[in-house]
Design a protein around this ligand. Structure first.
Ligand code: ADP
Ligand code: MG
Length: 277
C-alpha cells in the first residue's frame, strides 16, 4: 500500500491488523521547561518546548546529543516531571506512566529471565484481558515483529535487532494509543537498522498508532517522519517543525530526500537561512 492509500485510511482504519481496536492519540507538548541542578549552576535541559502530534501521525524528534531529547521523552512518558509546562495525551494531562503509551527505550530493557513470549506478555498480566485472548495477542505480536519461531527464546539468545523487536511487541501488547520511542535503533548495525525502520513503518501502517520517535540521526528522521520536530541545544528548544512531503518508501538517493536532509542538518548546526525544500 502506498502513502496515499494510507492517507485515505485515516479516520476509518481497518482493524484486521491483529489488533481489535485501532486507537491512536493526540499529543500536545505545551511550553515545557526542565532544569537540573548542576555543579556550576542550573542546567537548562529544556526551555519553552511546544509541539503537537496528531492522531495517527508519525513524528520524529531530532536534535544533537545533549539537546534534551531523552528528557523530553521521559517527561512525555510520565517518567519524569517538568519544571514548567504540561503534556497532554488526548486532552488529559500526563502526570505519570500510563498504559495508553507503549514505550521503547534505547537500551532494550528486556527481562532476561523471561522468554520472548513472556516479555511480550508482561504488560497484559496486570490487565483484564482474558487468558485466551492474551495468548492469541502475544502470538500475533510475535508474528507482527517477525519473530515467529523465537517465542520460547531468551533475550541472551537474540541479536540486538531481535531484542528491539521484542521491545516493540511488548510496547504494543497493551494496545496503547501512542508508541513512544527513544533512539530505539541506535544500538544496532546499519543494515539491521534499515530493516527495522522499514518494519516499523509497516507496523505503523498496520496498527494505525500514533508514533513519536526520538533520534539524533537526521537520515532516520527524514526516512520515517510525517513531520520532524528539530531541536537545538543550550538550552534545548524547538528550532523548527518540518513537514516531510515525500512518498514512502523513501530513498536516500532521491534528490528531494537529500534536500530535506540538508535542511534539517543545517538547522541542527544552527545555520541561518537554510533553503526551503
Ligand atoms: P539527549 O537525549 O538529546 O542526548 P538528554 O535529555 O539526555 O539529551 O540531556 C539533556 C541535558 O540534560 C544534558 O545536558 C544532560 O547532561 C542533562 N541531564 C539529563 N538528565 C540529567 C540529570 N538526571 N541530572 C542532571 N542533568 C541531566
Ligand atoms: Mg538521549
Amino acid at each position: 500500500m502506498n502513502d496515499d492509500e494510507r492517507g485515505t485510511e485515516k479516520g476509518g482504519r481497518s482493524t484486521d491488523s491483529g489488533h481489535e481496536t485501532a486507537t491512536a492519540a493526540r499529543v500536545q507538548v505545551s511550553d515545557i521547561a526542565k532544569h537540573y541542578e548542576g555543579n556550576e549552576g542550573p542546567i537548562r535541559a529544556l526551555e519553552g518546548v511546544s509541539f503537537d502530534v496528531s492522531d495517527g501521525e508519525f513524528v520524529c524528534l531530532v536534535g544533537p546529543s545533549g539537546c534534551g531529547k531523552t528528557t523530553m521523552f521521559r517527561i512525555i512518558a510520565g517518567l519524569e516531571s517538568a519544571t514548567a509546562g504540561d503534556v497532554f495525551l488526548n486532552d488529559e494531562r500526563v502526570d505519570g506512566p500510563t498504559s495508553d503509551m507503549g514505550v521503547v527505550f534505547q537500551e532494550y530493557h528486556l527481562f532476561p529471565w523471561r522468554t520472548v513470549r513472556g516479555n511480550v506478555a508482561f504488560g497484559l498480566e496486570k490487565s483484564d484481558v482474558a487468558a485466551e485472548e492474551r495468548r492469541a495477542r502475544v502470538e500475533r505480536l510475535v508474528e507482527l515483529v517477525g519473530l515467529e519461531g523465537f517465542g520460547d527464546s531468551y533475550p541472551k539468545e537474540l541479536s540486538g535487532g531481535m531484542k528491539q523487536r521484542v521491545a516493540i511487541a511488548r510496547a504494543l501488547a497493551v494496545d496503547p494509543d501512542l508508541l513512544l520511542m527513544d533512539e530505539p535503533f541506535g544500538a544496532v548495525d546499519a543494515q539491521t537498522r534499515e530493516m527495522l525502520q522499514t518494519e516499523l513503518l509497516e507496523i505503523w501502517r498496520e496498527t494505525g498508532k500514533t508514533v513519536l520517535f526520538v533520534t539524533h540521526d537526521v537520515e532516520e528522521a527524514v526516512k520515517l517522519a510525517d513531520r520532524i520536530v528539530v531541536m537545538a541545544k543550550e538550552p534545548g528548544r524547538v528550532r523548527e517543525v518540518i513537514d516531510v512531503d515525500l512518498p514512502r518508501p523513501r530513498a536516500r538517493s532521491d534528490a528531494k530526500f537529500g534536500r530535506y536532509y540538508e535542511r534539517v542538518l543545517g538547522l541542527i548546526r544552527g545555520e541561518r537561512g537554510t533553503p526551503d525544500v
